[in-house]
Design a protein around this ligand. Structure first.
Ligand code: GLN
Length: 446
């Protein structure tokens, strides 16, 4: 069924980089055998899934949306991929993305841009745009994405689906090609909140293979979906509702808050005073970490090697010049500069300090509120081509999502209506490791 739907819709959506029907059929046949021998079915039994192309899959091409890795066939599965298998899900293919997860529109994919299923002239968001579009178009039952500064939540918002970024450390990053290791998290993109809880249940948990994995007990997420939010205290960060936020998006968020009121929750404005520094802080830190992480792509160990180098240095230079696209190069240069001696204190170290202040905004707010609610993005999806030439405008779209990433707390985007025919996303932010309360709030609204 999944492949049938893909055949119908994929020419217009372009959500996948790699499809392998044969492999999916083998996976499905294995499930048939499991049924016959009566072994345990697993939490996601027989559900077709798509996996973002920066999550490694054994023997299945993993390109990260980059020409550099156009020939990279991993020799192991990411922990989340093994967990999906154990849960009985079948991976149908690898989903398109901005190159190395750098971007918010999918236009930085070095293959082709994904298109928004609601209107194919519009971007699906990014960097997990393939994941969001595929779920929205009904090609897969759910997808995995990664979120460094909003890459699960923002495409979920633009495509009218549910996207969840777990607390940093809750889901193993082993086998996720690193962009900014202190921020990266894998999470589910689904059609509804209940599915999100099930997929999170299947992929969360301590993993000794990831040194930043949190050794915490994993609660039951599905049982948190009670529908009851009576007495829930909601904070609405006023900085997420101010200048630069489209009035129609604001209106949809305010209407959602009215729904919460009618369900017995209370809300009030709260100030997160360091929000104005979040974009600068995020782009310095994420680019610094990226410049270090992407040093491994040298034309020797992974991916494509340039032809006819003069010497070893020239091999590195040529392979990297040919393999990386313009946005990746921009960030490597920015990050290298911020980390270089003489500038480190002024940029990288300063950004680390501001990150702490941003995190404290959240600590303060969560003393008073159970969840924070606001828009996921300042606008709905924009037209393909509209912002590509203007990286700064593109970066500003991340204003509501990057503070959350810097603080390491969980957040999800759920649909909350439409503006001009395109979906609006409501962002619900939870306390660290309190995904249950966040999911409860999301489910009650849905
Ligand atoms: N849009 C942000 C960026 O370009 C977020 C990317 C992400 O979360 N992977 O960095």
């Amino acid at each position: 069924a999944s492949y049938k739907r893909i055949a119908e819709t994929e020419p217009k959506i372009k959500a996948f980089i790699t499809l392998d029907e044969e492999r999916a059929r083998t996976g499905a046949a294995d499930l048939d055998n499991k049924l016959k021998d009566g072994s345990e079915r697993g939490l996601l039994f027989a559900l077709p899934a798509g996996v973002k192309d920066n999550i490694v899959t054994e023997g299945l091409l993993t390109t990260c949306g980059s020409q550099f890795l156009s020939n990279y066939n991993p020799i192991y599965d990411a922990t989340v991929v093994s967990k999906l298998k154990t849960a009985g899900s079948v991976t149908v293919g690898k989903l398109n993305m901005d190159e190395f997860a750098m971007g918010g529109s999918n236009e930085n994919s070095s293959y082709y841009p994904v298109r928004n299923p609601w209107n194919t002239e519009y971007v699906p968001g990014g960097s997990s745009g393939g994941s969001a579009a595929s779920v929205a178009a009904g090609q897969v039952y759910f997808a995995l994405g990664s979120d460094t500064g909003g890459s699960i939540r923002q495409p979920a918002a633009y495509c009218g689906i549910v996207g969840l970024k777990p607390t940093y450390g809750l889901v193993s990053r082993f086998g996720l090609v690193a962009f900014a290791s202190s921020l990266d998290q894998i999470g589910p993109l689904t059609k509804n909140v209940e599915d999100s809880a099930y997929v999170l249940q299947a992929i969360a948990g301590y993993d000794a293979m990831d040194s930043t994995s949190a050794n915490v007990d994993i609660p039951d997420y599905v049982s948190a979906l009670s529908g009851d939010v009576k007495g829930l205290r909601i904070g609405v960060p006023k900085e997420y509702m101010g200048e630069g936020i489209d009035p129609k998006v604001k209106e949809a968020v305010l209407a959602a808050l009215k729904v919460y009121e009618s369900l017995g929750a209370t809300w009030e404005e709260v100030s997160m005073p360091h929000t104005e520094y979040a974009i600068a802080t995020y782009y310095l830190l994420a680019s610094s970490e990226a410049s270090s992480n992407l040093a491994r792509f040298d034309g020797v160990r992974y991916g494509v090697r340039a032809d006819n180098p003069d010497n070893l240095l020239d091999l590195y230079r040529k392979s990297r010049s040919q393999g990386f696209g313009p946005e990746v190069k921009r960030r490597i240069m920015l990050g290298t500069y911020a980390l270089s001696s003489g500038y480190y204190d002024a940029y990288y170290l300063k950004a680390q300090k501001v990150r702490t202040l941003i995190k404290r905004d959240f600590d303060e707010a969560f003393k008073k509120y159970d969840v924070l609610i606001g828009p996921t993005a300042p606008t709905t999806a924009f037209k393909i081509g509209e912002q590509v030439g203007d990286p700064l405008t593109m970066y500003m779209n991340d204003i509501c999502t990057v503070p959350v990433s810097l603080a390491g707390v969980p957040a999800m985007s759920i649909p909350c209506g439409f503006a001009d025919g395109l979906p609006v996303g409501l962002q619900i932010i939870g306390k660290a490791f309190d995904e249950r309360t966040m999911l409860r709030a999301a489910y009650a609204f849905e």
